[in-house]
Design a protein around this ligand. Structure first.
Ligand SMILES: C[S@@+](CC[C@H](N)C(=O)[O-])C[C@H]1O[C@@H](n2cnc3c(N)ncnc32)[C@H](O)[C@@H]1O
Length: 248
């Protein structure tokens, strides 16, 4: 092919390439614009959802982020967490009502989770600096540390309370409040927990425990302690009952 014809084809291809490049830039700019619009809409929708969640939380008096954290922990370790949601206000208040805020000595809470019972204890007049919180879930521990900086937080296994608390408690505890899912443990372990708790508490001090089950998680027939039960709290999800055990 003669040189001028080749040069003509080259120029033609060059022109086509420039047109293609131009169109590509136009399309890229259009896509970028669409992405920016989408991002703006998405953050607008996100803000709306957040506002609606906050509104719902205020109306219902609950913290949904706690519920979400709780559900996450429950999915990871259902038997240890023992509940899908934190205790409701009514249950938490009933638990706290068995603790005398004017007593002396530490008040130990076993398995406080995100802290609904802790909150009820403080609301009932228990000084936060008296609280000793024993929780093994690290996420819950972070939440508790931020919410109750004056309380003593022990990240560990409540079933090892003898070792954990023996030297930490400077005087016998005035009460123990437990959210531990007791019935997932063998009876022998539950009874050892109660015996260890009594050893760390003032004589006659209450060991307060909630349960979703019909029967007492610590059978009275085992002897050595008294047991009294609250009414069933139907407002809680699921409905629960509070048991109070004292050494006799
Ligand atoms: C049923 S939830 C109750 C949480 C909270 N008290 C409430 O009423 O919402 C049980 C809690 O006990 C904690 N827990 C379970 N076994 C434990 C153990 N052996 N030692 C310390 N904490 C434990 C779980 O991580 C969880 O926070």
């Amino acid at each position: 092919m003669p040189l001028p014809a080749l040069q003509k084809i080259e120029r033609k291809i060059g022109r086509q390439l420039r047109i293609l490049e131009f169109r590509k830039n136009v399309i890229e700019r259009k896509i970028e614009r669409q992405i920016r619009l989408f991002e703006q809409k998405r953050s607008g929708i996100g803000r709306k959802i957040e506002q609606q969640i906050k509104h719902f939380e205020l109306k219902k008096g609950i913290r949904l982020d706690d519920e979400v954290r709780f559900i996450r922990s429950w999915i990871e370790r259902p038997l240890s967490i023992g509940a899908v949601t934190p205790s409701g206000k009514m249950l938490a208040r009933t638990m706290a009502s068995y603790v005398d805020p004017n007593s002396t000595g530490p008040v130990v809470e076993l398995g406080p989770g995100t802290g609904p019972v802790t909150e009820a204890l403080v609301e009932a007049g228990v000084d936060p600096s008296r609280l000793v919180l024993v929780e093994f879930d690290p996420t819950f521990c972070r939440i508790l540390r931020a919410r109750y900086p004056e309380a003593t937080l022990v990240q560990g296994d409540a079933y090892g309370m003898r070792r954990l608390l023996e030297t930490l408690l400077l005087q016998p505890a005035a009460a123990m409040v437990s959210g531990l899912p007791l019935i997932t443990k063998p009876l022998r372990m539950r009874l050892r927990l109660l015996r260890d708790a009594f050893d760390l508490m003032l004589p006659g001090a209450p060991f307060v425990q909630f349960t979703y089950s019909v029967a007492s998680p610590l059978p009275k027939r085992m002897g050595g302690f008294s047991a009294e039960a609250s009414e069933r709290i139907w407002m809680n999800i699921p409905p629960a009952r509070v048991w109070v055990y004292r050494k006799t």
